[in-house]
Design a protein around this ligand. Structure first.
Ligand code: Z5A
Ligand code: MG
Length: 220
């Protein structure tokens, strides 16, 4: 009984929120899945997440829009992308507090960089993201828009146009903060993978030691 009580007070060290960002085709999804497998092999509790999450009804509206099968006002689609993150917020918090690290393919930075590239005010774009969980680490895969356009699958969805991607890159630059680590997205998959691993392991270790969870753009 005494032992049970003692165990009740043992705090679970929290998981890390690690986000991958970058222009279209910069290699985010490839690196997310490689990182998840690597951390799993090391016995670190981890799950993958992605935004947009097309599995929800909000996500399906977004997916239809991205495929050019529906039209929505720029502010409306911006708020839908944000709502798609808000509908996952409490689940993400529960997982992090239960020691599960989350590797997230795109997050609020995509939301703001893409919408601001349409001419929306950047502060207006950031506002609905305030209060989402702040990432512990943002890995930005940097690649010239021209290089990304040479990769497989480019041009299938609404935003995959060179001029637009140049604006997105400029807006990403405005959003950089101390949580960002920039990796050259033109390196080989394997070289990037090893740099991503190194950054992720350091982040997991710092979070385990009790780094507090913060909220997006409120406490920075
Ligand atoms: N969007 C938004 O507007 N607002 C928001 O809030 C959010 C998103 C969250 C869909 O996103 C769109 O939604 C996106 C932003 C906007 N814009 N568009 N269009 P998405 O995440 O669903 O997009 P995607 O279909 O996954 O594509 P992607 O993310 O652009 O690709 P990626 O994940 O960065 O790349 P990849 O799939 O890992 O790799 C692409 C190809 O390159 C593939 O053939 C790889 O084998 C190859 N590759 C990858 N790395 C390398 C290296 N290092 N060398 C050579 N080749 C490589
Ligand atoms: Mg992707």
């Amino acid at each position: 009984m005494a032992l049970e009580n003692k165990n009740c007070h043992l705090a679970i060290s929290r998981g890390s929120l690690i986000v991958l960002e970058g222009l279209d085709r910069s290699g985010k999804s490839s690196q997310c899945s490689r990182l998840v497998s690597y951390l799993q092999e090391k016995g670190i509790p981890v799950e993958a997440c992605r935004f947009p999450d097309r599995s929800t009804s909000v996500g399906q509206m977004i997916s239809t829009y991205l495929a050019n099968e529906s039209e929505l006002d720029d502010r409306t689609i911006h708020l839908l992308f944000s709502a798609n993150r808000w509908e996952k917020r409490s689940l993400m918090e529960t997982k992090l507090k239960n020691g599960i690290s989350l590797i997230v393919d795109r997050y609020s930075y995509s939301g703001v960089a893409f919408s601001a590239s349409k001419g929306l005010n950047i502060e207006w774009c950031k506002a609905p993201e305030e209060g989402l969980i702040a990432p512990d680490l943002v890995i930005y895969l940097e690649i010239a828009p021209e290089k990304a356009a040479e990769r497989d699958g480019y041009g299938c969805e609404r935003y995959e146009q060179l001029e637009f991607q140049r604006k997105v890159a400029q807006n990403y630059n405005l959003l950089r903060d101390s949580t960002w680590k920039v990796i050259d997205g033109c390196l080989s998959l394997e070289t990037i993978e090893s740099q991503v691993r190194e950054q992720a392991l350091e982040c997991v270790s710092v979070c385990k030691k009790g780094k507090p969870l913060l909220n997006m753009w409120l406490s920075k």
